[in-house]
Design a protein around this ligand. Structure first.
Ligand SMILES: CSC[C@H]1O[C@H](OP(=O)(O)O)[C@H](O)[C@@H]1O
Length: 345
Protein backbone atom coordinates (compact mmCIF):
# COMPACT_ATOMS: atom_id res chain seq x y z
CA UNK A 1 0.00 0.00 0.00
CA UNK A 2 1.40 3.42 -0.92
CA UNK A 3 2.79 5.63 1.85
CA UNK A 4 1.93 9.34 1.94
CA UNK A 5 4.77 9.98 4.39
CA UNK A 6 7.76 8.21 5.94
CA UNK A 7 10.90 9.11 7.87
CA UNK A 8 14.06 8.32 5.91
CA UNK A 9 17.66 8.36 7.19
CA UNK A 10 19.54 8.47 3.86
CA UNK A 11 20.99 10.44 2.11
CA UNK A 12 20.17 12.63 5.13
CA UNK A 13 17.44 12.33 7.77
CA UNK A 14 14.26 13.73 6.25
CA UNK A 15 10.48 13.48 6.23
CA UNK A 16 9.75 12.00 2.79
CA UNK A 17 6.37 13.01 1.33
CA UNK A 18 4.67 11.67 -1.79
CA UNK A 19 3.67 14.90 -3.58
CA UNK A 20 -0.08 14.42 -4.01
CA UNK A 21 -0.47 17.52 -6.17
CA UNK A 22 1.24 15.59 -9.00
CA UNK A 23 -0.82 12.38 -8.72
CA UNK A 24 -2.07 10.44 -10.56
CA UNK A 25 0.31 11.12 -13.45
CA UNK A 26 3.58 11.57 -11.53
CA UNK A 27 4.94 9.83 -8.41
CA UNK A 28 7.29 12.54 -7.12
CA UNK A 29 8.76 12.66 -3.61
CA UNK A 30 9.72 15.65 -1.48
CA UNK A 31 12.44 15.13 1.16
CA UNK A 32 11.58 17.68 3.85
CA UNK A 33 14.44 19.00 6.02
CA UNK A 34 13.16 22.51 6.76
CA UNK A 35 10.03 23.99 8.34
CA UNK A 36 9.46 26.27 5.34
CA UNK A 37 9.33 23.29 2.98
CA UNK A 38 6.99 21.41 5.32
CA UNK A 39 4.54 24.30 5.82
CA UNK A 40 4.43 24.86 2.07
CA UNK A 41 3.79 21.15 1.44
CA UNK A 42 0.92 21.14 3.95
CA UNK A 43 -0.67 24.34 2.60
CA UNK A 44 -0.30 23.25 -1.04
CA UNK A 45 -1.83 19.85 -0.13
CA UNK A 46 1.25 17.98 -1.28
CA UNK A 47 0.50 16.09 1.91
CA UNK A 48 -3.11 16.15 3.09
CA UNK A 49 -5.81 14.24 4.90
CA UNK A 50 -6.52 14.54 8.58
CA UNK A 51 -4.70 11.42 9.89
CA UNK A 52 -1.74 12.05 7.56
CA UNK A 53 -1.53 15.57 8.98
CA UNK A 54 -1.31 14.03 12.45
CA UNK A 55 1.76 12.07 11.40
CA UNK A 56 3.20 15.11 9.63
CA UNK A 57 2.66 17.25 12.73
CA UNK A 58 4.52 14.77 14.93
CA UNK A 59 7.41 14.19 12.52
CA UNK A 60 7.43 17.90 11.71
CA UNK A 61 8.63 18.57 15.26
CA UNK A 62 11.66 16.37 14.49
CA UNK A 63 12.28 18.36 11.29
CA UNK A 64 12.14 21.61 13.26
CA UNK A 65 14.45 20.34 16.03
CA UNK A 66 17.02 19.07 13.50
CA UNK A 67 16.94 22.35 11.54
CA UNK A 68 17.21 24.26 14.81
CA UNK A 69 20.33 22.31 15.74
CA UNK A 70 21.88 22.96 12.32
CA UNK A 71 21.09 26.68 12.48
CA UNK A 72 21.58 27.19 16.25
CA UNK A 73 18.03 28.45 16.89
CA UNK A 74 17.06 29.83 20.30
CA UNK A 75 14.35 27.94 22.19
CA UNK A 76 11.97 30.77 21.36
CA UNK A 77 12.73 30.47 17.63
CA UNK A 78 12.21 26.72 17.78
CA UNK A 79 8.86 27.14 19.55
CA UNK A 80 7.77 29.64 16.91
CA UNK A 81 8.73 27.34 14.04
CA UNK A 82 6.85 24.43 15.61
CA UNK A 83 3.81 26.70 15.96
CA UNK A 84 4.00 27.45 12.20
CA UNK A 85 3.65 23.72 11.53
CA UNK A 86 0.85 23.33 14.09
CA UNK A 87 -1.14 26.18 12.54
CA UNK A 88 -0.45 25.46 8.87
CA UNK A 89 -4.10 24.40 8.26
CA UNK A 90 -6.92 25.14 10.72
CA UNK A 91 -9.73 22.63 10.29
CA UNK A 92 -8.28 19.13 10.76
CA UNK A 93 -7.69 18.69 14.49
CA UNK A 94 -5.07 16.00 13.79
CA UNK A 95 -2.27 18.41 12.76
CA UNK A 96 -2.22 20.16 16.13
CA UNK A 97 -2.87 16.84 17.90
CA UNK A 98 0.17 15.26 16.22
CA UNK A 99 2.44 18.15 17.27
CA UNK A 100 1.09 18.11 20.83
CA UNK A 101 1.56 14.37 21.22
CA UNK A 102 5.36 14.57 20.87
CA UNK A 103 6.10 17.87 22.66
CA UNK A 104 6.58 16.17 26.07
CA UNK A 105 9.50 14.18 24.58
CA UNK A 106 11.41 17.28 23.46
CA UNK A 107 13.54 17.66 26.60
CA UNK A 108 14.94 14.18 25.90
CA UNK A 109 16.18 15.22 22.47
CA UNK A 110 15.56 14.35 18.82
CA UNK A 111 15.77 10.53 19.15
CA UNK A 112 13.06 10.55 21.82
CA UNK A 113 10.78 12.79 19.75
CA UNK A 114 11.35 10.66 16.64
CA UNK A 115 10.51 7.55 18.66
CA UNK A 116 7.29 9.14 19.92
CA UNK A 117 6.36 10.24 16.40
CA UNK A 118 6.99 6.80 14.92
CA UNK A 119 4.84 5.23 17.65
CA UNK A 120 2.05 7.67 16.79
CA UNK A 121 2.28 6.71 13.12
CA UNK A 122 2.16 3.00 13.94
CA UNK A 123 -0.78 3.45 16.34
CA UNK A 124 -2.70 5.46 13.73
CA UNK A 125 -2.24 2.72 11.15
CA UNK A 126 -3.45 0.11 13.64
CA UNK A 127 -6.44 2.31 14.47
CA UNK A 128 -7.39 2.64 10.81
CA UNK A 129 -7.18 -1.11 10.30
CA UNK A 130 -9.43 -1.76 13.31
CA UNK A 131 -12.01 0.87 12.38
CA UNK A 132 -12.10 -0.59 8.88
CA UNK A 133 -13.10 -3.97 10.30
CA UNK A 134 -15.68 -2.50 12.67
CA UNK A 135 -17.13 -0.29 9.93
CA UNK A 136 -17.48 -3.16 7.46
CA UNK A 137 -19.27 -5.24 10.13
CA UNK A 138 -21.68 -2.36 10.86
CA UNK A 139 -22.47 -1.67 7.20
CA UNK A 140 -23.06 -5.33 6.34
CA UNK A 141 -25.37 -5.69 9.34
CA UNK A 142 -27.19 -2.39 8.76
CA UNK A 143 -27.75 -2.76 5.00
CA UNK A 144 -28.33 -6.51 5.03
CA UNK A 145 -26.88 -6.58 1.54
CA UNK A 146 -24.83 -9.44 0.15
CA UNK A 147 -23.07 -6.90 -2.10
CA UNK A 148 -22.88 -3.29 -0.93
CA UNK A 149 -22.89 -0.27 -3.24
CA UNK A 150 -20.94 2.57 -1.62
CA UNK A 151 -20.70 6.29 -2.26
CA UNK A 152 -17.63 8.11 -0.97
CA UNK A 153 -16.30 11.66 -1.11
CA UNK A 154 -12.82 13.16 -1.34
CA UNK A 155 -9.91 10.85 -0.49
CA UNK A 156 -9.62 8.81 2.68
CA UNK A 157 -7.18 6.10 1.66
CA UNK A 158 -3.53 5.49 2.52
CA UNK A 159 -2.73 8.85 0.88
CA UNK A 160 -4.84 10.64 3.52
CA UNK A 161 -3.42 8.72 6.46
CA UNK A 162 -0.18 7.41 7.88
CA UNK A 163 -1.09 4.09 6.25
CA UNK A 164 -4.25 2.14 5.42
CA UNK A 165 -7.38 4.27 5.17
CA UNK A 166 -10.47 5.35 7.05
CA UNK A 167 -13.63 5.41 4.91
CA UNK A 168 -11.48 3.92 2.17
CA UNK A 169 -10.29 1.32 4.67
CA UNK A 170 -13.90 0.18 5.15
CA UNK A 171 -14.36 0.00 1.37
CA UNK A 172 -11.16 -2.05 1.09
CA UNK A 173 -12.36 -4.38 3.87
CA UNK A 174 -15.73 -4.89 2.17
CA UNK A 175 -13.89 -5.71 -1.06
CA UNK A 176 -11.58 -8.16 0.71
CA UNK A 177 -14.65 -9.92 2.13
CA UNK A 178 -16.21 -10.01 -1.37
CA UNK A 179 -19.12 -7.91 -0.07
CA UNK A 180 -18.61 -4.86 -2.31
CA UNK A 181 -20.42 -4.35 -5.61
CA UNK A 182 -19.24 -0.90 -6.69
CA UNK A 183 -17.96 2.43 -5.39
CA UNK A 184 -19.29 5.78 -6.60
CA UNK A 185 -16.33 8.11 -6.00
CA UNK A 186 -17.13 11.82 -6.06
CA UNK A 187 -14.51 13.74 -8.05
CA UNK A 188 -14.45 16.31 -5.22
CA UNK A 189 -13.88 19.74 -6.67
CA UNK A 190 -12.03 21.96 -6.69
CA UNK A 191 -8.82 19.94 -6.09
CA UNK A 192 -10.23 16.61 -7.33
CA UNK A 193 -9.01 14.40 -4.48
CA UNK A 194 -11.62 11.85 -5.55
CA UNK A 195 -10.95 11.58 -9.27
CA UNK A 196 -7.16 11.99 -8.88
CA UNK A 197 -6.42 10.10 -5.67
CA UNK A 198 -9.31 7.83 -4.69
CA UNK A 199 -9.70 6.49 -8.21
CA UNK A 200 -5.91 5.95 -8.32
CA UNK A 201 -6.04 3.93 -5.09
CA UNK A 202 -9.17 1.99 -6.11
CA UNK A 203 -7.56 1.14 -9.44
CA UNK A 204 -4.36 -0.04 -7.73
CA UNK A 205 -6.45 -2.19 -5.38
CA UNK A 206 -8.62 -3.59 -8.19
CA UNK A 207 -11.82 -2.25 -6.62
CA UNK A 208 -14.75 -1.68 -9.04
CA UNK A 209 -15.74 1.97 -9.12
CA UNK A 210 -17.05 4.87 -11.12
CA UNK A 211 -15.98 8.48 -10.76
CA UNK A 212 -18.89 10.91 -10.70
CA UNK A 213 -19.29 14.65 -10.68
CA UNK A 214 -20.01 16.03 -7.20
CA UNK A 215 -23.28 17.40 -8.65
CA UNK A 216 -24.34 13.82 -9.50
CA UNK A 217 -23.95 12.55 -5.93
CA UNK A 218 -27.33 13.54 -4.47
CA UNK A 219 -29.29 12.09 -7.39
CA UNK A 220 -27.18 8.90 -7.22
CA UNK A 221 -28.39 8.58 -3.63
CA UNK A 222 -32.01 9.58 -4.29
CA UNK A 223 -32.23 7.21 -7.27
CA UNK A 224 -31.29 4.28 -5.03
CA UNK A 225 -28.04 3.56 -6.89
CA UNK A 226 -26.06 3.18 -3.61
CA UNK A 227 -26.76 1.56 -0.24
CA UNK A 228 -24.56 3.70 2.01
CA UNK A 229 -22.41 6.83 1.94
CA UNK A 230 -19.08 6.65 3.83
CA UNK A 231 -16.85 9.68 4.36
CA UNK A 232 -13.83 10.59 6.45
CA UNK A 233 -13.54 13.45 8.92
CA UNK A 234 -11.27 16.34 9.75
CA UNK A 235 -12.74 17.20 13.13
CA UNK A 236 -15.50 15.49 15.13
CA UNK A 237 -16.60 17.68 18.03
CA UNK A 238 -18.18 16.82 21.38
CA UNK A 239 -21.80 16.63 20.18
CA UNK A 240 -20.87 14.59 17.08
CA UNK A 241 -21.04 17.45 14.55
CA UNK A 242 -18.39 16.62 11.94
CA UNK A 243 -16.24 18.75 9.64
CA UNK A 244 -15.22 17.14 6.38
CA UNK A 245 -14.50 18.06 2.78
CA UNK A 246 -16.90 20.55 1.20
CA UNK A 247 -19.85 18.66 -0.26
CA UNK A 248 -20.23 16.23 2.65
CA UNK A 249 -23.30 17.76 4.28
CA UNK A 250 -25.22 17.56 0.98
CA UNK A 251 -24.64 13.81 0.97
CA UNK A 252 -25.95 13.51 4.53
CA UNK A 253 -29.13 15.39 3.62
CA UNK A 254 -29.69 13.16 0.59
CA UNK A 255 -29.07 10.00 2.66
CA UNK A 256 -31.63 11.12 5.22
CA UNK A 257 -34.18 11.70 2.44
CA UNK A 258 -33.36 8.35 0.83
CA UNK A 259 -33.25 6.60 4.22
CA UNK A 260 -29.84 5.02 3.67
CA UNK A 261 -26.99 5.16 6.22
CA UNK A 262 -24.57 8.09 6.28
CA UNK A 263 -21.33 6.94 7.91
CA UNK A 264 -18.31 8.88 9.16
CA UNK A 265 -15.06 6.92 9.62
CA UNK A 266 -12.13 8.35 11.57
CA UNK A 267 -9.54 7.34 14.17
CA UNK A 268 -10.30 8.59 17.69
CA UNK A 269 -7.48 11.17 17.23
CA UNK A 270 -9.95 13.11 15.06
CA UNK A 271 -12.32 13.66 17.98
CA UNK A 272 -12.05 17.13 19.55
CA UNK A 273 -13.93 17.17 22.87
CA UNK A 274 -12.66 20.68 23.60
CA UNK A 275 -15.01 22.02 20.93
CA UNK A 276 -18.69 21.78 21.83
CA UNK A 277 -20.56 22.13 18.54
CA UNK A 278 -19.81 22.32 14.82
CA UNK A 279 -20.61 26.05 14.79
CA UNK A 280 -17.24 26.67 16.48
CA UNK A 281 -15.15 24.81 13.90
CA UNK A 282 -12.87 27.08 11.82
CA UNK A 283 -13.53 26.35 8.15
CA UNK A 284 -10.42 26.81 6.00
CA UNK A 285 -10.94 29.29 3.16
CA UNK A 286 -8.64 28.42 0.28
CA UNK A 287 -7.30 30.55 -2.61
CA UNK A 288 -9.78 31.66 -5.31
CA UNK A 289 -7.64 30.35 -8.17
CA UNK A 290 -8.49 26.77 -7.16
CA UNK A 291 -12.12 27.46 -8.16
CA UNK A 292 -11.48 29.89 -11.05
CA UNK A 293 -9.25 27.52 -13.00
CA UNK A 294 -8.28 23.88 -13.35
CA UNK A 295 -4.84 22.41 -13.98
CA UNK A 296 -3.47 25.77 -15.08
CA UNK A 297 -6.43 26.44 -17.42
CA UNK A 298 -8.47 29.56 -16.63
CA UNK A 299 -12.14 28.55 -16.50
CA UNK A 300 -13.65 31.83 -15.27
CA UNK A 301 -13.43 35.33 -16.76
CA UNK A 302 -10.73 37.72 -15.64
CA UNK A 303 -11.82 39.58 -12.55
CA UNK A 304 -14.19 36.86 -11.39
CA UNK A 305 -14.25 36.34 -7.62
CA UNK A 306 -14.55 32.98 -5.86
CA UNK A 307 -15.83 31.45 -2.60
CA UNK A 308 -13.69 28.45 -1.72
CA UNK A 309 -14.43 26.90 1.69
CA UNK A 310 -12.47 23.64 1.94
CA UNK A 311 -14.84 21.97 4.43
CA UNK A 312 -18.40 21.91 5.67
CA UNK A 313 -20.02 20.66 8.88
CA UNK A 314 -22.54 17.83 9.03
CA UNK A 315 -24.89 18.10 12.04
CA UNK A 316 -24.70 15.03 14.28
CA UNK A 317 -28.40 14.21 13.82
CA UNK A 318 -27.71 13.43 10.14
CA UNK A 319 -24.92 10.96 10.97
CA UNK A 320 -26.03 7.34 11.39
CA UNK A 321 -22.64 6.08 12.58
CA UNK A 322 -19.29 7.50 13.60
CA UNK A 323 -16.88 4.58 13.26
CA UNK A 324 -13.63 4.68 15.23
CA UNK A 325 -11.15 2.03 16.30
CA UNK A 326 -12.51 2.27 19.84
CA UNK A 327 -16.12 1.69 18.88
CA UNK A 328 -19.10 3.11 17.01
CA UNK A 329 -21.55 5.79 18.10
CA UNK A 330 -24.86 6.44 16.34
CA UNK A 331 -25.64 10.15 16.83
CA UNK A 332 -28.77 10.17 14.65
CA UNK A 333 -30.49 7.56 16.81
CA UNK A 334 -28.56 7.75 20.10
CA UNK A 335 -27.52 11.44 20.49
CA UNK A 336 -25.60 10.92 23.73
CA UNK A 337 -22.31 12.92 23.65
CA UNK A 338 -21.08 10.91 26.64
CA UNK A 339 -20.63 7.98 24.23
CA UNK A 340 -18.22 9.99 22.07
CA UNK A 341 -16.35 11.15 25.17
CA UNK A 342 -15.93 7.53 26.28
CA UNK A 343 -14.48 6.66 22.87
CA UNK A 344 -12.17 9.68 22.85
CA UNK A 345 -10.93 8.55 26.22
C1 LIG B 1 -8.89 10.27 6.12
S1 LIG B 1 -9.91 11.62 6.29
C2 LIG B 1 -9.19 12.77 5.19
C3 LIG B 1 -10.03 14.01 5.03
O1 LIG B 1 -9.18 15.11 4.71
C4 LIG B 1 -9.56 15.62 3.44
O2 LIG B 1 -9.36 16.99 3.32
P1 LIG B 1 -8.03 17.54 2.55
O3 LIG B 1 -7.88 16.73 1.30
O4 LIG B 1 -8.34 19.00 2.30
O5 LIG B 1 -6.89 17.34 3.54
C5 LIG B 1 -11.03 15.29 3.36
O6 LIG B 1 -11.80 16.15 4.17
C6 LIG B 1 -11.02 13.87 3.89
O7 LIG B 1 -12.26 13.39 4.30
Amino acid sequence: MVKALEWVALPQPALRLLDQTRLPTQEHYIDVTTVDTLVRAIQDLAVRGAPALGGVGALGVVVAMAQGEREAWSSERLAGEIARIRNARPTAVNLAWGVDQVLPAMPRGIPAVLDAAMRLVAEDEAANRELSRLGADWIIARTGKDLVRVLTHCNTGALATTAWGTAYGIIHELHQRQRLEVVHADETRPLLQGSRLTSWELTQDGIPHVVQADSAACSTILRGLVDVAIIGADRIVANGDTANKIGSVALALACQRAQIPFVVAAPSSTIDLATTTGAEIVIEERPPHEVLGLGGLQTSPAGARAFNPAFDVTPHDLIDAIVTERGIVEPATHPDPRLLAEIAG
